[in-house]
Design a protein. Structure first.
Length: 183
């Protein structure tokens, strides 16, 4: 016959041992710490044979969202979200990318953009990344024939970082920074 202390211990274990672990209430604040991300690498490519643009970005911290705007005029803007490819477990970097299919016919359901690889002379692009909670834009890069294009364009972040020589004179490839580390 078990002793009374053992019975009491077994009873307590039976009552409290099967209780679910109660999670701490959500405070609404992230459970990680990450600095505001800055763009450290950029890859832009357009393949005329495949009819596809490719964009990749690397940052020095976690990103909440990444977005690309492209347009030839403020009334013909397109927005394209980027998807996260790989992230550092310690919030030290992020790699994001997207592929944008060029439309042969704008009614084609697989097409994402009206801007082909050979239409770069008047094409402007802006790529922006946000803080980890996606509440504000923290960095962006813009390129195209006019540095002022995005100044008065509604719905886009203010961007002062101009990247030269991205797609000059029909070039179809550009790479800068530490983007190679994303592959």
């Amino acid at each position: 016959m078990p002793h009374r202390p053992q019975v009491a211990a077994l009873a307590l274990l039976g009552v409290f041992g099967c209780q679910p672990i109660r999670p701490k209430p959500d405070t609404g604040t992230p459970r990680f710490s990450s600095a505001d991300p800055l763009i450290t690498g950029l890859h832009v490519e357009c393949n005329p044979t495949d009819g596809q643009w490719s964009f990749s970005v690397r940052t020095d911290a976690w990103v909440g969202t990444a977005r690309l705007w492209m347009g030839a005029s403020p009334t013909s803007l397109e927005q394209h979200p980027l998807d996260v490819d790989v992230s550092s477990a310690t919030a030290d970097w992020d790699c994001w990318s997207t592929s944008v299919n060029v439309a042969v016919d704008l009614d084609n359901p697989g097409a994402n953009t009206r801007y082909g690889c050979r239409q770069t002379d008047n094409l402007h692009m802006l790529l922006a990344v946000s803080d980890p909670s996606a509440e504000r834009w923290t960095d962006c890069h813009q390129w195209g024939p006019s540095e002022d294009f995005w100044q008065d364009t509604e719905g886009t972040p203010t961007c002062t970082t101009v990247v030269d020589d991205v797609l000059t004179s029909g070039a179809s490839y550009f790479e800068s920074g530490d983007i190679a580390a994303c592959r």
